[in-house]
Design a protein around this ligand. Structure first.
Ligand code: ZN
Length: 183
């Protein structure tokens, strides 16, 4: 989050458009934080996107594309990996952007499999909200305090606040140790 990943993906998709390739950007319908039909980066860079309910719709609507972008790919079901591989096997260049870890710093949804199967991976870093160092984690705050470990992973558009944090500044929820002990 805040690492510029959507912006970087849009930059690559725009270059493909300039090269005359047929490009489509998809995003999960769950994510309507900024705009129902556009992908908008935190820095305000935008590109029109096709919201889809799942992988079947993504595959169907990607027909005829040469380059496919997938934003917020961590919100898709696990089958998004097979979908991306099927597109790639069919000659489509697939560029996906997503968060590799959830707010607990655990691997996010389909991301581990996707990272393992991808040919190229760029891991971007944000700037830590606390110390200004390179940030690789997402801090979820509820009423200014670290969100409970047992909270839902996906709370799009909720009043919770998110901050980019480095490893040292990331704070676990008050119940983190109790949850870990019970696991
Ligand atoms: Zn920090």
């Amino acid at each position: 989050m805040f690492s510029g990943k959507s912006e970087e993906m849009i930059r690559r998709l725009r270059r493909a458009e300039i090269a005359g390739q047929r490009v489509l950007l998809f995003k999960p319908r769950i994510d309507d934080r900024y705009d129902a039909a556009d992908v908008v980066s935190h820095a305000g860079v935008r590109m029109s996107a096709v919201p889809v309910d799942g992988c079947a719709e993504l595959i169907a609507r990607a027909r005829g594309c040469e380059v496919v972008g997938i934003d917020e790919v961590q919100f898709f079901e696990e089958t998004v990996v097979e979908a991306a591989l099927a597109l790639a096997d069919g000659g489509v260049r697939v560029i996906a952007a997503g968060l590799d870890q959830d707010f607990r710093r655990l691997p996010f949804g389909p991301m581990p499999e996707l990272l393992a199967r991808a040919e190229f991976v760029d891991k971007l870093q944000a700037v830590c909200h606390r110390c200004g160092g390179p940030a690789t984690t997402t801090q979820r705050l509820v009423d200014g305090k670290p969100a409970l470990y047992s909270g839902d992973t996906i709370v799009v558009g909720a009043l919770d606040a998110y901050e980019a944090r480095c490893r040292d500044c990331h704070e676990a929820g008050a119940d983190a140790q109790a949850v870990a002990a019970a696991a």
